[in-house]
Write a protein that binds this ligand. Structure first.
Ligand code: ADP
Ligand code: MG
Length: 697
C-alpha cells in the first residue's frame, strides 16, 4: 500500500514526470508552451509523445484518447490502441507527436447547432497542454479542445480558454497602471463544491424515471424528509464512507485535490470540494470527479445521482463555483491589500466584478440554465433566478461611504478615500454565510452558487471571465489616458458604485419582498430556461463575446439552438417516461389493488354480511376517482407532448414544453402520488421515497 503522498498524481503526466523523463530542451519547450499557451513544434511533440507513451505503458495503459467536452456537457473519448503492426506479424507500441497534438474523432453525432453539416462530419481535437495528460482505466487521456474544420468551437473548453485569455489581457493592463510590471499572466482560479445523491443500485434499477431521466418523476413524500436537519454534517454511514474513501483514492491518483467531504442537507445527499486550481484545470477536474463518482458508486452497489432535482420535497443539488483572480506570482487580486495603494487596486477589481455581474446578469443566468436546474433556481432552496451580489456589511459599508463621500466606520474613524486609507482586513467569519445569494463575496473570492450539480462549469466561467474582462477593458481605456491616476481611479470607483449598486443585495434572497424590490431596481428575473436563453443573442451580448474573441456570432447562435433543442429533448424524454410508467405499471397496479378491494367487499358480503367494509369501500371509491384523474391527465399529457414534438420552431417548442408539457406532467404526478399513498406497499410497482432516501446505511 502506498501512502497518499506517494500515490497522489501517480496517474498524471505532470511537471515532475516531464522533468524526469524529457530531455532538457524538450522540457523547456514544454514549459514555454504551457506558460504561454502556445502550440508545440512537431519535433518537440514527437519527443513528448514518445515519453508519454513509455510512461503510460509502464502504468498499464494500452490505449490513448483525446478527452474533450462536447456541447452535450459531458466528456467524450474515442480510444485508439498504441499498437502498430511490424513485418512478420508482431506489433510495436507507437504514439506520434501528430497523434498527441491533434486528433480527428468522427464527430458527426455531437451537437453542433448546424456549424458542421453532417456530411462534413470531421471535427478535430487539439491538445490543451496546460491541462496534464492522465491515465484512466488503461487509457492515456489527453485533455483537448474540439473544433470544426472551419475553426468554430464545438466544445465548452475552447471558449473557456479564450475567456481566460481575455481576462488575462485586460487585467495585465490594469496591473501595469499600478506599477506591477513583473506580472506576466493573470489567471482565474476556481474551486467547485460538488453535491450529489447516493441511492442503492437495486432501487435505482427498479425506477424507469431514474434510469431514463436521472430524477424521480413520481413519488409520494416519505414520512421523514430533511425537516429535522439531522443529515447535514451528520456522521457518515459506513457504506458511504467506504465509497468516499475509494473515490478519494481514485481522484488523488489523478491529481484532483479532493479535500472536503460531508453529508448535505437532504437525506442521501453529500458534497465533495477540492482545493481550487486554474479554471480550465478545475473544469477538467470537475468533469473527472463527476465521472469517477458515478463509476466508484457502482462498485459499492450504489448509484450516484448528479441531477439537480432527483427528489421532490427535499433539496436538490448544486455546484458552488468559488472564483478569484490571481497573478502568476500567486497574488490573489480579490484579497484586500496591506497598503492603501493595494487597496485601490483591490477596489478596482472588485468594481470590475460588480459592474460585470450587473451588465451581464442575463449571460450569467443563461450559463447555468438547464431543464434540471430550473427545478432549483427560485425554488427557495437554491439562490433565486434573480442575479445579485452579496458583499457583506463591511464591504458594502465601504462602498456606501465612497458613494456618499462620508466617513466610513465609527470604529475605524477614518475618512474613506481610495488610495489613501487602509481598508480593514475582513476576517473570514465576518463575511456572513448568506446561503440565499447567487453570487457572494466570501473574504477573498466570489462564490457563484447558481450552477446545477450536473453542469459543466465551463459555461459559467466563460461568461464570468469575459464579463469581468470587459469591465477591466473599459477601466484600462479610461485610466491609461488619465493625467492624474489616483483621481481617475477614485472617480472610476465612485462612478461604478453609483451606477451598479443596484446589483448589490445583502438580504434574504428567498423573500417575496426581494422579487418586488429587484423589479423596482430593474434587475432581470428570468425564471426558466426558455425565458432566459433568447437573451444570449441580445446585441450587447454578441458584442461582448465577439469583441473579446470568445465566441463568434455564428458560434453563439449555434449554441442557442443546441441549448433550446436540448431543453426540448429532456422534457420530451421525461414526459414519455411518465407516460410509459403510468400506462404500463401504475394504472395496471392500481387496477389490481382496486380488484383486491372489490373482491374483499364481495367476499365479506357473501360470507360475513355483518362485517364492516368502510375501509374497502372508501379506499376503492377514492382509488377509482384518482385513477380516473390520472388517466385523464395521462391523455392530456400525450396530447401536449405530441404538440410540442410536432412544433418545428425550436423556440416555440421549448415554450410549449414549459407551458404545456411540464404543466401536464405535474397534474399527472399529483394524482399518481395520491394513489401511491392509498395503495398497499405490495401493490405499488416502485421503491418508495422512503426506500430511496433511507436505504443506504
Ligand atoms: P465553504 O464555501 O463551504 O465555506 P470553503 O471556504 O472552505 O468552503 O471553500 C470552498 C472552495 O473555495 C474550496 O474549493 C476552496 O478551494 C475554494 N477557494 C478558496 N480560495 C479560492 C480562490 N482564491 N479561488 C478559487 N477558489 C478558492
Ligand atoms: Mg460554499
Amino acid at each position: 500500500m502506498s501512502t497518499v503522498s506517494e500515490s497522489f498524481g501517480s496517474k498524471v503526466f505532470n511537471d515532475a514526470v516531464m522533468k524526469a523523463r524529457l530531455p532538457k530542451d524538450t522540457y523547456k519547450a514544454m514549459q514555454t508552451a504551457i506558460r504561454e499557451g502556445k502550440r508545440l513544434d512537431l519535433s518537440v511533440a514527437n519527443v513528448v509523445a514518445n515519453a508519454m507513451k513509455d510512461w503510460a505503458i509502464e502504468k498499464g495503459a494500452t490505449h490513448y484518447t483525446h478527452w474533450f467536452q462536447p456541447l452535450t456537457g459531458i466528456t467524450a473519448e474515442k480510444h485508439d490502441s498504441f499498437i502498430s503492426p511490424m513485418p512478420g506479424g508482431s506489433i510495436t507500441m507507437e504514439f506520434s507527436g501528430k497523434e498527441l497534438v491533434q486528433g480527428e474523432p468522427d464527430a458527426s453525432s455531437f451537437p453542433s447547432g448546424g456549424l458542421r453539416a453532417t456530411f462534413e462530419a470531421r471535427g478535430y481535437t487539439a491538445w490543451d497542454p496546460t491541462s496534464y495528460a492522465f491515465i484512466k482505466e488503461k487509457v492515456l487521456c489527453i485533455p483537448t479542445a474540439f473544433c470544426s474544420y472551419g475553426g468554430e468551437a464545438l466544445d465548452k473548453k475552447t471558449p473557456l480558454l479564450r475567456a481566460m485569455q481575455a481576462i488575462d489581457r485586460q487585467a495585465i493592463r490594469i496591473l501595469k497602471l499600478f506599477g506591477n510590471d513583473s506580472v506576466k499572466h493573470v489567471t482565474t482560479t476556481v474551486g467547485n463544491e460538488q453535491e450529489y445523491f447516493l441511492v442503492d443500485k437495486e432501487d435505482f434499477d427498479s425506477r424507469p424515471d431514474l434510469l431514463f431521466t436521472g430524477r424521480t418523476l413520481f413519488g409520494a413524500r416519505a414520512p421523514k424528509g430533511q425537516e429535522l436537519e439531522d443529515h447535514y454534517f451528520g456522521s457518515i454511514k459506513p457504506r458511504v464512507q467506504a465509497f468516499m474513501e475509494d473515490l478519494n483514492d481514485e481522484l488523488w491518483e489523478l491529481g484532483v485535490l479532493a479535500k472536503t467531504e460531508h453529508n448535505e442537507v437532504a437525506p442521501a445527499q453529500h458534497e465533495l470540494a477540492p482545493i481550487f486550481s486554474t479554471t480550465n484545470i478545475a473544469a477538467d477536474h470537475n468533469q473527472l470527479t463527476m465521472e469517477i463518482m458515478q463509476r466508484v458508486a457502482k462498485k459499492h452497489g450504489l448509484v450516484c445521482l448528479l441531477h439537480e432535482k432527483p427528489f421532490e420535497g427535499v433539496n436538490g443539488s448544486g455546484k458552488h463555483n468559488n472564483w478569484s483572480i490571481s497573478t502568476d506570482s500567486g497574488v490573489n487580486l480579490l484579497e484586500p491589500g496591506e497598503t492603501p495603494f493595494e487597496n485601490a487596486q483591490f477596489l478596482l477589481f472588485l468594481c470590475a466584478v460588480i459592474q460585470a455581474v450587473d451588465d451581464y446578469q442575463d449571460l450569467l443566468r443563461i450559463s447555468v440554465a438547464s431543464a434540471g436546474n430550473d427545478h432549483r433556481l427560485g425554488a427557495n432552496e437554491a439562490p433565486p433566478a434573480i442575479v445579485s451580489i452579496f458583499l457583506g456589511d463591511e464591504l458594502s459599508g465601504i462602498l456606501e461611504a465612497i458613494d456618499s463621500g462620508s466617513a466610513y466606520g465609527a470604529k475605524e474613524k477614518m475618512q474613506m478615500k481610495v488610495g489613501v486609507h487602509v481598508i480593514p482586513h475582513f476576517p473570514k467569519d465576518t463575511t456572513d454565510r448568506n446561503r440565499t445569494s447567487p453570487f457572494a463575496f466570501t473574504g477573498n473570492k466570489f462564490e457563484l452558487r447558481m450552477l446545477g450539480s450536473s453542469q459543466s462549469v465551463s459555461d459559467a466561467n466563460t461568461m464570468l471571465n469575459t464579463a469581468v474582462a470587459e469591465s477591466l477593458r473599459k477601466y484600462a481605456d479610461v485610466l491609461e489616458s488619465a493625467s492624474d491616476l489616483t483621481t481617475a481611479i477614485h472617480d472610476l470607483i465612485l462612478k461604478t458604485v453609483k451606477e451598479h449598486k443596484r446589483i448589490i443585495f445583502n438580504g434574504n434572497g428567498y423573500d417575496d419582498a426581494w422579487v418586488k424590490e429587484a423589479e423596482k431596481r430593474g434587475l432581470l428575473n428570468l425564471k426558466s430556461t426558455p425565458d432566459c436563453l433568447p437573451y444570449l443573442v441580445a446585441p450587447k451580448n454578441i458584442e461582448l463575446l465577439t469583441s473579446h474573441k470568445v465566441l463568434s456570432e455564428t458560434e453563439i447562435r449555434a449554441r442557442l439552438e443546441i441549448a433550446l433543442e436540448s431543453y426540448k429533448k429532456i422534457i420530451c424524454i421525461e414526459a414519455m417516461t411518465m407516460i410509459d410508467m403510468t400506462r404500463k405499471d401504475i394504472l395496471p397496479a392500481s387496477a389490481g389493488f382496486q380488484k383486491k378491494l372489490a373482491d374483499t367487499i364481495a367476499v365479506k358480503r357473501t360470507y360475513a354480511s355483518a362485517a364492516d367494509c368502510t375501509y374497502e369501500n372508501e379506499t376503492l371509491v377514492t382509488a377509482a376517482a384518482l385513477t380516473k384523474a390520472a388517466y385523464e391527465s395521462l391523455k392530456a399529457l400525450e396530447d401536449a407532448l405530441a404538440e410540442a414534438k410536432a412544433e418545428e420552431d425550436v423556440h416555440k417548442a421549448a415554450e410549449l414544453c414549459k407551458e404545456k408539457v411540464l404543466e401536464q406532467m405535474s397534474e399527472l404526478r399529483a394524482s399518481v402520488d395520491a394513489l401511491e399513498i392509498l395503495t398497499s406497499t405490495g401493490d405499488w410497482p416502485y421503491p418508495s421515497y422512503g426506500d430511496m432516501l433511507f436505504n443506504v446505511r
